[in-house]
Design a protein around this ligand. Structure first.
Ligand SMILES: [Zn+2]
Ligand SMILES: [Zn+2]
Length: 94
């Protein structure tokens, strides 16, 4: 395992910044939350904010440990997301 930083671009101004992993465990960086973990409430991540040197924008990086989901988990997450979308659509039409 390494502590090599991941290089990202600031979402605001595009300046590069280095995101260092919080520890040796959470080394898998994502710019968005893993939708399966999010939908199923698994919460296997650490959020870190990195301030851009150029414009002071806070860029959020989600650190996960290298994990995989089973097909069942992915299907469950997709159907959960669909039902959430359905509830929101229903609400809007009122
Ligand atoms: Zn910036
Ligand atoms: Zn996940």
């Amino acid at each position: 395992m390494s502590n090599n930083p991941k290089r990202y671009s600031c979402k605001q101004c595009g300046d590069p910044f280095d995101a260092y992993p919080p520890d040796d465990y959470y080394t898998y960086a994502m710019i968005k939350k893993c939708f399966v973990c999010d939908a199923l409430g698994l919460g296997k991540h650490v959020e870190r904010n990195y301030e851009c040197n150029g414009c002071d924008t806070k860029n959020t990086v989600y650190w996960y440990y290298d994990h995989e989901h089973t097909r069942i988990e992915i299907i469950n997450a997709q159907s959960k997301r669909r039902s959430i979308g359905y509830i929101i659509d229903k609400f809007k039409t009122k």
